[in-house]
Design a binder for this molecule. Structure first.
Ligand SMILES: Cc1ncc(COP(=O)(O)O)c(C=O)c1O
Length: 484
């Protein structure tokens, strides 16, 4: 069955667990190599100095267990392979991932999609290259462009003002930008948004082709899409040249483990990306994180992983249906397309932050994130129906109670159109001064202000600071501006 997962897994193609035994996607070369490493310990005189856990504080052993420490190693052992260059079991695991995702080449990353974005920017853009970027991009894309010195052009996604979030990016908006600036040779957008809103990547990639611009899609929050027909289609199938996946976010890999894919027909030179990754990635990648990528891919390809994903989707459908019956509760829908596993909700009379507080303190429920406008719940492969039933019960109860909070008014944050007056990199390195934020209105920012999660920039070096920025600067007394 090699390569079958290059497209989405069809449920009928996986009849039972037996199938998995003959499925090359079920192979786990790196997990197997790690098993072997664990079973055949050697006398070690190398990094990491704790030597399979012998040199750590007993409390750490207590906390995470001997096994985890015995497996904490980097890629310098023959039977495990190396990451840069890819050799041995690591190379095999990357190749299996590439086949599963339908990519020409897949790279494993142990420092998150942040590093994948940094490497793409560093590899593919040069000083003053013009790049078109969705304003809702993760700050790592911009950090990458500070490193490279490329010039940012913004495409502003649709504004969902009622929810205080950005929505989809329209192909037409991209076409207008490309038509008016023929120097733009790279378009870089985020899809889906953190809250699950999906853009029409097929149309966007057609526009990019028309204007001979390459397309990068930061699909950090869409790493499950390849594995189920009910989820949106991955940009790897829709004409993107490179795609980034945070497998650690929703795919079942361990925190910080991500993948960077070059698509089958990618315009990008593999060697440039390899070189950038080598320079920017840690030289001591954690084998535990790499093995977790191997496991996540194999799990999602297996019949049991498919069941987990199907449950996550069914739970999300259940939640959406039940939430409709709760007075004053709304769930974000999109008239274009949405990843249904991401549940962005709001309850009349409460801010998202207040609702988060109640869920946490009164019901011991932790959500993904909250803002004044709403609160994000993820229906994950690790959640059960019982957990969703409990959540619905709690929301029902909350909707029927009256809460009193010290600050009753709910702030709705404005979605601000940036005014760029200086190149990002120039502004970042220009002489600067720290001034009171109220005196900063009208001045040029030299600071990156990005609320995390999801790490979307509010203000960047080279942009004019406006009155509308002030609500976002509530934790700042002073702000760094370009010296006049
Ligand atoms: C769209 C997007 N891209 C990239 C990243 C960075 O991912 P990581 O946390 O894996 O470094 C994030 C993080 O939230 C994100 O939302």
């Amino acid at each position: 069955m090699t390569g079958l997962l290059q497209n989405k897994i069809s449920f009928s193609s996986i009849k039972d667990n037996l199938c998995d035994m003959f499925n090359s996607n079920a192979k786990t070369p790196l997990i197997d190599a790690m098993q072997n490493y664990k079973k055949n310990p050697m006398t070690g005189f190398h990094i990491p100095g704790h030597n399979r856990g012998a040199g750590v504080h007993p409390k750490l052993i207590d906390l995470i267990g001997k096994d985890a420490l015995a497996l904490d190693c980097t890629d310098e052992f023959d039977n495990l392979g190396t990451l840069h260059p890819a050799t041995g079991a690591i190379k095999q695991a990357q190749e299996l991932a590439a086949a599963t995702y339908g990519a020409k080449r897949t790279f494993f990353i142990t420092s998150g999609s942040t590093s994948a974005n940094l490497a793409l920017a560093f590899a593919l853009t040069s000083p003053f290259d013009e790049v078109l970027i969705g304003r809702n991009c993760h700050r790592s894309v911009l950090t990458g462009l500070i490193i490279s010195g490329a010039k940012v052009n913004w495409v502003i996604p649709k504004k969902l003002n009622d929810w205080s979030i950005f929505g989809n990016i329209e192909a037409q908006a991209i076409e207008e930008k490309l038509k008016n600036n023929r120097n733009i040779k790279l378009v870089w957008i985020t899809n889906p948004t953190y809250e699950g809103v999906v853009s029409d990547i097929k149309k966007i990639s057609e526009v990019c082709k028309k204007y001979k611009a390459a397309l990068i899609v930061d699909e950090a929050h869409g790493s499950l899409w390849n594995y189920n027909q009910k989820l949106p289609t991955t940009a790897l199938e829709l004409g993107a040249d490179a795609v980034v996946h945070s497998l650690h976010k929703t795919g079942g890999a361990m925190t910080q483990a991500s993948m960077l894919h070059l698509s089958k027909n990618s315009k990008f030179e593999e060697e440039k990306v390899i070189h950038a990754l080598k320079l920017l990635h840690t030289t001591s990648p954690s084998l535990l994180l790499l093995a977790s990528l191997d496991a996540a891919r194999a799990n999602l390809s297996s019949s049991s992983g498919q069941k987990m994903l199907n449950n996550a989707i069914e739970n999300a459908i259940y939640f959406r249906k039940e939430a409709k019956k709760i007075e004053n509760l709304s769930v974000l829908e999109n008239n274009v397309e949405i990843d249904i596993t991401k549940l962005f909700i709001k309850m009349k009379g409460l801010s998202g932050l207040q609702l988060e507080y109640i869920l946490e303190h009164d019901y011991k429920i932790e959500v993904e994130s909250a803002s004044d406008a709403g609160l994000l719940i993820l229906s994950n492969i690790g959640n059960t129906r019982a957990e969703f039933e409990y959540l619905i019960k709690c929301l029902k109860e909350i909707s029927q109670k009256k809460y009193k909070f010290e600050h009753e008014n709910i702030k709705i944050m404005p979605l601000i159109d940036p005014e760029i007056v200086m190149n990002l990199r120039e502004a970042y390195f220009a002489p600067k001064e720290l001034i009171d934020k109220f005196d900063a209105i009208g001045r040029i920012s030299s600071q990156v202000v990005a609320l995390c999660p999801p790490g979307i920039s509010i203000l960047l070096p080279g942009e004019i600071i406006k009155k509308e920025h002030l609500p976002y600067l509530f934790t700042y007394d002073k702000i760094e501006v370009i010296r006049e």
